[in-house]
Design a protein around this ligand. Sequence first.
Ligand SMILES: [Zn+2]
Length: 416
Amino acid sequence: MEAQLILFIILTIITVNFVIERVLDYLNRQNKKHDLPDELQGVYNEKHYQKSLDYQQTNDRFSAITATFGFAVSVVLLLTGFFGWLDIQLRDWIEQPILLSLIYFAALFIASDLLNLPFQLYQTFIIEDKFGFNKMTPRLFFIDKLKGYLLTALLGGLIVGTLLYLVMELGAQFWLYFWGVATVIVVLLNMFYTSIFVPLFNELTPLEDGSLREAITAYARKVGFPIENVYVIDGSKRSSKSNAFFSGIGSKKKVVLYDTLIEQHSEEELVAIIAHEVGHYKKKHIISGLFLSIAQIGFTLYILSLLIFNEALSQALGGQQLSIHLNLIAFGILYSPISTLTGLLMNVISRKNEFEADAYATSTYGGGPLQKALKKLSAHNMSNLLPHRWYVFFHYSHPPLLQRLRAIRRQAVLSR
Ligand SMILES: [Zn+2]
């Protein structure tokens, strides 16, 4: 009885989630029918604007199809007790419990990736290609995939293996110890992301000598940021979309510019973008984000410790006995309403941080070049200029362009 109730709750959660997403998509589509406000005139020319609407519509349709497919597959797998069935099959072959769980997750990971493969191929080689963004060859796509598999097997295996070991050795107390392990992992990943993980997929090079480096050096010296920590990444080998990001803590900190960004923007705009990224560093967004995610992990692990040994969770997925891996899957879904809420909170904080980084760039360098850079970036990446405010609330880690431009302009007026 309890197992059936849990299955019912799980199905309700994924259904409600699916419906909410469809409603948000609908609102977002409707919102595009509004005229562009004055501030956004001139971001696109008329022809380019039509093309960007076409691009967004294609992506909207495509993501609605993949989401519906994913939802249908999940419902069928849950109703048929597939997850429990797979557990029963593997138990005939593997006795060691940690190995059993790892092979179980590996099998699910490979199956779900193969199921998603046609969608990934379509998105990259049909949609992104049609709109001129894709620069990836099929060869690079599969090399990336192979590397991703190896990395998942190595890191994922190590992390999940450690979790399972602690669960089996320590019982419900595991959460506190694994929290410690997870904290070390998160800090290390943060520190070594650009020195170990990014180079597996891309080439990072120091900014070469020339007038751009001189312009950035002048700014960097003024605000006290070491120019040696500015890097260029060869994003152009996969996509013509452009971006920049800040990563790392302490001496490992880096501002990374995409080569596609350097191609697209004037020197003045590039310094403004650097100023924005340096703003994230100066306002301590990286460190505070790190603390928040560590706190979040601890909370999640504690809730997990309350459910991990509950046999009804395994039975809800069709299992015949308590399986830690079945319970982890059930927990993943049961916990998702809470993780949606914490995700919303993280997005609220992230959008606030973006405004702060813009404000920092405006006061230390200038609002004019930053506005130009943001407009050009939006146009180049064919971003949606008129997202619905609920869609933004749920999904955007960055404020929409219009709000950012208005905030920058307000600040410029106030400081005059
Ligand atoms: Zn930012």
